[in-house]
Write a protein that binds this ligand. Structure first.
Ligand SMILES: [Zn+2]
Length: 257
């Protein structure tokens, strides 16, 4: 038996059209078919599709928005059914709103690609997987150095300040959306004389001699250098910042000048 909707469409066609229209950002078509499902009594099914679409086709955190609208619809629908005042179904505005948000959302098929391209067809080499498992068994992931900021005892011992924290974490954001207070951050940076982000002239990776870590040293256009190795970070008060890595960079820059 083919399930049909009130305007005479096959339910399976309606569901497919709904999801494809959302992928294309076509709110008019997607909304039409979502409401057709609602009016045909397939509301719960429509919500399940929208939740799936939010994970399968959309970037970022949109699932919780769709779930919140679904919860709101449940509240309205439950109260309406309990009151038994009129026959007409209520709460379709929540479904419409969910469709619009999904249409407007940035699209990404990453989650689907991860499950279907990476995991399912064994796109990863067996050797790669074995090596990763071996590595995981042998070593536990070390706590990254950036964890020790001014909010930790070790960070404070190393001289980490609240300004370091504000600048480091701001610069680390990836991808960084433009902020309302970016100018304030740059003012703070200028005030403490820190090297501006994104003005590096030379960056090199250096493997650690004593562990599996890789350090990143950078020479900035204003003459400052930075490195995430211990020698650069834990400088004695009053001493000049530098390490073997930044020395190598500076020597390289001098040669190329
Ligand atoms: Zn270094």
């Amino acid at each position: 038996m083919k399930l049909m909707t009130i305007r005479g469409y096959r339910l399976s066609d309606v569901v497919s059209a709904l999801q494809k229209a959302i992928r294309r950002g076509d709110a008019r078509v997607a909304g039409y078919f979502a409401i057709e499902m609602f009016e045909s009594g397939f509301t719960a099914y429509a919500w399940r599709r929208l939740l799936t679409v939010s994970a399968e086709d959309c970037a970022g955190v949109i699932t919780q928005e769709v779930k919140a609208l679904y919860d709101a619809w449940v509240i309205i629908d439950t109260a309406h059914k309990a009151a038994k005042v009129q026959k007409k179904k209520r709460g379709r505005v929540f479904l419409a709103k969910a469709v619009i948000l999904l249409c407007l959302a940035k699209k990404s098929r990453d989650a689907d690609h991860l499950t279907n391209l990476v995991y399912d067809p064994k796109a990863l080499d067996e050797d790669v997987i074995d090596r990763a498992l071996d590595e995981a068994r042998r070593t536990s992931e070390p706590i990254p150095d950036y964890a020790y900021d001014c909010h930790t005892g070790l960070g404070r011992k190393r001289g980490k300040t609240r300004t370091d924290f504000l600048l480091d974490e701001y610069d680390a954001l990836a991808p960084r959306a433009p902020g309302l207070f970016d100018a304030d951050v740059e003012q703070l940076r200028a005030k403490v004389g820190a090297a501006p982000a994104g003005t590096s002239t030379l960056t090199r990776k250096f493997p650690s001699k004593s562990s599996s870590r890789i350090y990143t040293a950078t020479a900035h256009s204003n003459g400052a250098t930075s490195c995430d190795c211990p020698a650069w970070r834990y400088v004695k008060a009053g001493a000049k910042r530098g390490c073997a890595h930044t020395d190598t960079l500076l020597a390289e820059l001098r040669r190329t000048k």
